[in-house]
Design a protein around this ligand. Structure first.
Ligand code: GDP
Length: 207
């Protein structure tokens, strides 16, 4: 059974003051608008519309929490880098993202979603610069891998891995396709490690 199949919508926050009090462990999903973040969340949760797959990139300006039970959460952050967003809104969201990521104690790790055809954009690098010093793990999903040949996708994977190793610590990376449901188990394993300690797997019924 997929690890995140029981994910349910929990709460939306428009601003930092609306965030639920920190508790348990949450994994944040960030990425450039249109990179495929909502689709990846839906695929991992085995849901069609858990995270709204946006027709208007950049418009989903909310921090959405999805509960996995047991005080574990997946957090969908607003996509960044959408050109048509007014400057004031862009600034507001950059500050909100930076503050959320730097001050939220219960973040277990960051999933950074990138379109495998355009990985490591300047804003992706900025995000890595911000977050890597926290020492918390970062897992990069190179999405839409079905859009590249197997060889080109693997080349991209190696290149991105090399750059991550050279410039930022504590990063892992993989190929992912929501369309073809590829890379789901690998992503579950990487993210699941941050959320569920081995003792969580002991069934409740054991006396
Ligand atoms: P978000 O803005 O990062 O949340 O991106 P979305 O999940 O809304 O996806 C943006 C566009 O990319 C949509 O048209 C999706 O159908 C498409 N898309 C997302 N993931 C994939 C994928 O794995 N393969 C392909 N071919 N298209 C995808």
């Amino acid at each position: 059974m997929p690890l995140f199949q029981n994910a349910t919508f929990h709460i939306s926050a428009h601003k930092l003051s609306e965030l639920p009090p920190p508790s348990g462990i949450e994994v944040a999903f960030a990425g450039r608008s249109n990179a495929g973040k909502s689709s990846a969340l839906n695929t991992l949760a085995n849901h069609n519309r858990l995270a709204f797959v946006s027709k208007q990139p950049g418009r989903t300006q909310l921090i959405n929490f999805f509960s996995l039970g047991n005080d574990r959460f997946l957090v969908d952050l607003p996509g960044y880098g959408y050109a048509k967003v007014p400057e004031a809104m862009r600034k507001h969201w950059q500050l909100t993202l930076a503050t959320y990521l730097s001050q939220r104690p219960c973040i277990g790790g960051l999933v950074l979603v990138m379109d495998c055809r355009h990985p490591l954009t300047p804003l992706d690098r900025q995000m890595l610069d911000w977050y890597s010093p926290s020492g918390k793990p970062i897992h990069v999903l190179l999405t839409k891998s079905d859009k590249l040949s197997r060889q080109a996708a693997n080349q991209t994977l190696q290149q991105v891995r090399k750059e991550l190793e050279a410039n930022w610590g504590n990063c892992s990376v993989q190929l992912f396709s929501s369309l073809k449901k590829q890379g789901v188990e690998e992503a579950e394993a990487a993210i699941g490690r941050w959320l569920f300690a081995p003792e969580d797997e002991v069934p409740d019924t054991v006396a």
